[in-house]
Write a protein that binds this ligand. Structure first.
Ligand SMILES: [Zn+2]
Length: 165
């Protein structure tokens, strides 16, 4: 009995796959579409296989109008700051150990900011599905605020480094 059921299940999914192939070929009979792998125009195929790169094609659901640009813009400053903070941390740790005294406070503060910023970028990466599905305007604000904070922090660092205050 169990064997019959599993065979029936396999037949059903096989039929579904055949049906999907037919729907795919029907769509391609009247629409231009690039192969997702090699970009070859697969319009008018008679088999669900790309004639150029020989990869099997299947029917799938895509989402229109999704853009990653604001999300990427929002995480770039934090990624850069986090990586830079790791390198800056080396002299901060080594200097007191080698008897050269502690690093200046503003360097330590900058490095702490870098780590927090990198941590926030990782947090946004973990939440990327939620962020990307937010309205574009909200994503734009998020990216804008992240950049503003980093530009202000950089200007503050320059100000301290050159002794403006
Ligand atoms: Zn191809």
């Amino acid at each position: 009995m169990a064997e019959v059921e599993s065979t029936a299940g396999a037949t059903t999914s096989g039929e579904a796959a055949d049906r999907n192939d037919r729907l795919l070929l029907e769509y391609l009979s009247s629409n231009d579409a690039p192969c997702p792998l090699c970009g070859y125009n697969v319009r008018g195929l008679t088999r669900p296989v790309c004639p150029e790169c020989r990869h099997r094609l299947r029917l799938t659901v895509g989402v229109s109008d999704v853009s990653l640009k604001w999300f990427l813009a929002a995480i770039v400053p934090g990624m850069f700051s986090g990586i830079a903070a790791m390198f800056v941390a080396i002299p901060i740790i080594v200097s007191p150990l080698s008897g050269n005294g502690s690093a200046p406070g503003f360097i330590v503060a900058t490095d702490t900011f870098g780590f927090l910023s990198g941590g926030f970028a990782l947090f946004m990466m973990a939440r990327r599905k939620r962020i990307v599905s937010m309205p574009a305007r909200s994503q734009m604000w998020l990216a804008g605020i992240v950049w503003m904070i980093h530009v202000l922090a950089f200007l503050a660092l320059l100000g301290v480094a050159f002794g403006f205050y």
